[in-house]
Design a protein. Structure first.
Length: 515
């Protein structure tokens, strides 16, 4: 048995290794200590190490063992909730978080986690309540304040978002992500006080790469607003260069993934049994920044449509059941019927967390263009809308905007050009496999003839005409993408393309795009 003093000493060593990122060592050594003494700190540090390694199933398993010792330990329950949350099993995550609050109603970590869960499920009002509860307990907490600001930004309450972001910076000036978000909300004038602040930080403070990256994007926006396009481009480039380094992205990984999709034997899943669901699905796809948010805002303004937002349900379902299924070549027709049924059930179980009505449901994850053939076979009655926009406009808009994760191809102009070409090639592939299935919505046509294009769009979605779709700017639903502000504005013709002042810096990109 380990006595308390020795355990404390051993745990101090484990903490240092944990801080250094030596998670495998922490797990092995803590497990060895557990055999000598069952203690909650050992279970917790093993769980957190697994979570940092992305091994969420293992993190849950170790916490379940811990719960056998103490079923009311709020740290164990919260950690299991986090594991399920990361695995996107939101029902179980909510169950464990709720158990925590039944024991300790004011446990801030879980209140914040429930806020995040509610925000992910587009229940913004509920999320705001959880974050405000955190702040009623401690109004100096940065993360709940930050999350609250994101909620207000997503529903278009920019004044409230700005007030909170500025307050966070008073508490912690190094929380530079707040500076970047402020830059997306405000329209700068020359020598703006906020510009002076971020310029001073990046010049004088000892910041890490993550903090500097946020400031470079903010400076890019400042110089764009005051029309100093050379400095704007240089700052956007500096931010993207850091992001590229931090992500370690290699476009060859996406090339292999796209190749894998195209080589999938779709004959194996064609003409299988199809379940009849009353809820109609509308998948809005395309390159990021092609108008997908605006399109969803228009369609979800319809009285008989629920806007699901940018969801990550589909990729994991298809990867798990089809693309990464090692048994795929040995399966029978019966097996494929079962797999497609499981895919449908999994997807609709997640959808029910957002909306349980019989309304049509939009899923606006742009990169779902990768799965159009799978969508056709899994959800035969679904509609797919592919948003089209000028290739150079799309690529520049991706490059100058910061995405919080998953769009790492956007941090390098060569990667962007290649990825756009891969997108275009895959759309052509789908159109050959499934003629007349994809509805292509051209952004320029939409801005020039909104009423006519919206009528055609609704007709394709088998929706009756609804005048609300012409006034999508009145739609109060939450928009959590970088397009949130543009998607709330009335449709208007663009007088000058945003890319024009930067064209001289984009010659290599034009070449890749054959522009």
């Amino acid at each position: 048995m380990l006595n308390d003093n020795l355990l404390q000493k051993k745990f101090g060593i484990l903490q240092n290794k944990f801080k250094a990122g030596l998670y495998e060592e922490v797990i092995n050594e803590a497990k060895a200590l557990l055999r000598k003494r069952q203690h909650q700190v050992l279970y917790n540090i093993i769980c957190l190490s697994y979570q940092n390694l992305g091994k969420f199933k293992e993190s849950i398993e170790i916490m379940e063992k811990a719960l056998n010792i103490n079923s009311k330990n709020i740290y164990f329950l919260n950690n299991i909730g986090v594991g399920y949350y990361k695995l996107e099993d939101y029902t179980k995550a909510q169950y464990y978080f709720t158990r925590v609050l039944s024991i300790e109603p004011n446990y801030i970590t879980t209140l914040n986690n429930l806020g995040n869960l509610s925000r992910d499920l587009n229940n913004t009002e509920e999320a705001i309540k959880y974050y405000k509860k955190c702040l009623s307990i401690n109004d100096k907490l940065e993360q709940p304040q930050y999350n609250l600001a994101l909620c207000y930004e997503s529903i278009g309450d920019l004044d409230e978002a700005l007030k909170i972001l500025k307050n966070i910076l008073k508490i912690n000036p190094d929380f530079t992500e707040c500076d970047r978000i402020i830059s997306t909300i405000v329209k700068y004038r020359e020598n703006d006080e906020h510009f002076k602040s971020i310029n001073e930080k990046i010049s004088e403070k000892k910041l890490n790469d993550q903090q500097k990256m946020q400031l470079f994007f903010a400076l890019g926006k400042y110089y764009e607003d005051i029309k100093d396009y050379e400095k704007s481009f240089l700052n956007y480039s500096s931010g993207n260069d850091i992001y590229k380094k931090l992500s370690g992205y290699n476009i060859n990984d996406d090339k292999k993934y796209f190749y894998k999709i195209k080589k999938f034997d779709f004959e194996k899943i064609k003409n299988k049994k199809k379940s009849d669901y009353r809820k109609k699905l509308i998948f809005i796809v395309g390159m990021p920044r092609s108008g997908t948010s605006l399109t969803e805002q228009i369609i979800s303004s319809h009285n008989n449509v629920f806007g699901g937002g940018e969801l990550n349900f589909l990729p994991k379902i298809i990867d798990k059941h089809l693309l990464n299924n090692e048994e795929i070549n040995n399966l029978t027709d019966y097996d494929f019927d079962k797999i497609l049924s499981e895919c449908r059930e999994n997807y609709f179980q997640n959808v029910k967390l957002l909306d349980e009505t019989e309304k049509s449901f939009t899923d606006k994850a742009p990169l779902n263009f990768r799965y159009i053939g799978f969508i056709k076979e899994i959800f035969p009655n679904a509609k797919v809308i592919n948003c089209l926009r000028n290739s150079l406009d799309i690529c520049w808009s991706n490059y100058k905007n910061y995405f919080s994760g998953g769009l790492y191809f956007s941090n390098n102009l060569n990667d962007l050009g290649e990825f756009f070409n891969m997108y275009n090639d895959l759309i052509n592939f789908w159109e050959k496999c499934y003629p007349n299935y994809i509805y292509n919505l051209d952004h320029q046509n939409l801005t020039e003839n909104p009423k006519e294009e919206i009528k055609k769009l609704l007709a394709h979605c088998e929706l009756e005409w609804d005048e609300n779709c012409l006034n999508h700017q009145n739609n109060t639903r939450s928009i959590k993408t970088v397009s949130s502000m543009q998607a709330r504005k009335p449709i208007y013709k663009v007088k000058k393309r945003a890319v024009e002042p930067y064209l001289k810096y984009l010659k290599p990109l034009e070449k890749i795009l054959n522009y």
